[in-house]
Every structure is written in C-alpha cells, then in structure tokens.
Design a protein. Structure first.
Length: 179
C-alpha cells in the first residue's frame, strides 16, 4: 500500500508498506515492510505534489505528520523494498495494489525514475479493488476497518483480510448469511 501526494503516476510518495501473505489464507504475514519517504527526495526525481491532495492530508488528524517522521530517501527505500521482497517472498511473487493505475503504477514509475529494476514481473501484478468488486457493501457492514485509516500497514492488512474473507465466501458460501 502507498500513501502519496497525488492521484497517479508521477506523484510524490509519502509512505510505502508491503505485507507478505498467501491468498489462500488471507492472513497478513508476521513480517512487514514500512518506510516513510522524504518528500524532498521524491521532488529530486521529478515527482510532484498535487495541492488538492496535500490539503486533504492536512485534515487527517496528524497522520501526515507521523508519516513524515523517520523518513528515508526514496531510492534507499526502494532498495530496501527490493531486499525485503527477495528475502520474504517467493520468486513468483504477486504484487497486489489498490487499483491498476495507482499503487503498482506509481511504484513502477518510482523504480524507473530511480533507475532500479522492478523486483517483480509486471505480469504478476494484481488488483485488490477488482478482486473485491461486488463485495464492498458486505465487507463494510460485516468486516470493519481496524487501525488508522490511510496508514499504509493498516490499509495493507485490511486489504489482505478482505481478500481472505471474499475468498472464503466464494469457496464456502453456505457458511455465511448474506443480509
């Protein structure tokens, strides 16, 4: 999961989180990756800040300020993410993001701008939003978010658990009452 200062490729990245999981289990792994990114380092690579998004972040009860503590240079964070993926994931890792034009596209752009190889195959990208399509209302009603909304680790964990719930529902529909 990413938190950014924009709505598409080319935007500055505030924070990056990655949580390994097996889709069949739908449970977040015990290890996770999380780094807050120095915005100045994003600007040095030509990434931009959308004023509307920045204004939105200013109303987020201090979360933006917390995500700007202990920041890392963008390129160093990407190198650390590469290492995390190689240590904690299988060689055919699938990378899930919330929207085909958001998380994964922004990350591909950041790796490209920092002249780093993408640590996963482009054909292994998956979309959380597409997978959960049609189940949003059910999940919202019976599976509330826990943690801080828009904290990338909490968002990633919720997305993983949501994938697990939908997978379980699809495989065992008789176990659930759908009201």
């Amino acid at each position: 999961d990413l938190e950014t200062l924009g709505k598409g490729t080319g935007c500055a990245i505030v924070s990056i989180a990655a949580v390994p999981f097996f889709k069949s289990e739908g449970v977040p792994g015990e290890s996770y990756f999380h780094m807050n990114i120095d915005i100045k380092s994003c600007l040095a690579y030509g990434l931009t800040i959308d004023p509307e998004t920045l204004t939105w972040w200013m109303g987020m009860s201090g979360l933006f300020l917390r995500l700007q503590q202990d920041t890392y240079h963008l390129k160093n964070a990407l190198i650390s993410l590469e290492t995390f993926i190689h240590i904690n994931c299988t060689t055919d890792v699938r990378v899930w993001g919330r929207g085909p034009s958001f998380d994964n596209a922004i990350m591909r752009d950041a790796f490209d701008r920092c002249e780093r190889p993408l640590p996963w195959r482009f054909s292994r990208e998956r979309c959380v939003r597409t997978y959960l399509c049609g189940y949003e209302e059910l999940l919202q009603k019976h599976f509330p978010f826990t943690g801080d909304l828009h904290h990338p680790v909490h968002d990633a964990n919720h997305q993983i658990r949501s994938i697990g719930k939908v997978q379980s529902l699809a495989l065992n529909p008789e176990q659930y009452e759908l009201d």
